[in-house]
Design a protein around this ligand. Structure first.
Ligand code: SAH
Ligand code: DHB
Ligand code: MG
Length: 217
């Protein structure tokens, strides 16, 4: 179905296809967002009129390209990636996509990059996409809530985890983290949020969308 949707709607262009080929040839895991999800990210960036985007987890730069090309020429996407060899692959594909000047990749554990962003006095982000190590999703999310503008959006991938999200007694740390994420979202009146289940080329999973409401702060 993902292949059908991707083909019928003409979602992937040359630069995106090349990013996948390059990542595969470099031996990166094929765990990037699907083309329909990539288009959704592109639409969200455009609908928000986003100028500043923060991404957790670059991999080969596939989701990065979807989002960065939706930014204005003077927009900025900062992407955090733990593995230097992945970041190098991403850099190649992002530059080839022609949006290199809009993308800054910071190499190292994301949790260590956050205090640096803080010290730089980074302006609030319009959209934050959380897609790195899943146990830290709630930590990244909490930081994102404090660094996203009112009216901005936080998207977290891989929160449903084959449906284990609903299992009270799950012992999987990544699942427990998504359960904690949902508890914290429920308790935060600054947010209007939902979780959408997904099925497709990336198996059964889902993403959370959390909007920083500007009508109640
Ligand atoms: N967003 C990408 C997929 C990211 S896969 C896309 O859709 O195209 C998850 C990525 O997070 C991997 O590249 C992994 O190396 C990275 N990662 C894992 N732990 C991390 C950490 N602590 N800090 C930053 N990146 C991390
Ligand atoms: C994994 C990471 C992802 O971001 C994803 O969408 C699917 C799988 C993983 O680490 O296995
Ligand atoms: Mg993911």
């Amino acid at each position: 179905m993902d292949a059908f949707i991707g083909e019928r709607l003409g979602l992937e262009d040359e630069a995106l296809a090349a990013a996948l080929t390059t990542a595969e040839e470099a031996g990166l895991p094929s765990i990037q967002v699907s083309p329909p999800q990539g288009r959704l990210l592109e639409m969200l960036v455009r609908m928000l009129g986003a100028r500043r985007v923060l991404e957790f987890g670059t991999l080969g730069g596939y989701s990065t390209i979807w989002m960065a090309r939706a930014l204005p020429a003077d927009g900025l996407l900062i992407s955090l990636e733990a593995k230097p060899e992945y970041a190098a692959v991403a850099r190649t594909s992002i530059d080839r996509a022609g949006i290199g000047e809009r993308v800054e990749i910071r190499v190292g554990p994301a949790l260590e990059a956050l205090p640096v962003l803080e010290d730089e006095g980074a302006k609030p982000f319009d959209l934050v996409f959380i897609d790195a190590d899943k146990v830290n999703t709630p930590n990244y999310f909490a930081w994102a809530v404090d660094h996203t503008r009112p009216g901005g959006l936080i998207v977290a991938d891989n929160v449903v985890r084959g449906g284990t999200l609903a299992e009270t007694n799950s012992e999987d740390p990544a699942t427990q983290a998504q359960r904690r994420l949902h508890d914290e979202i429920a308790a935060d009146s600054r947010l209007l949020a939902t979780t959408i289940q997904t099925v497709g080329g990336k198996s059964y999973d889902g993403f959370t969308l959390a909007w920083l409401r500007h009508d109640r702060r």
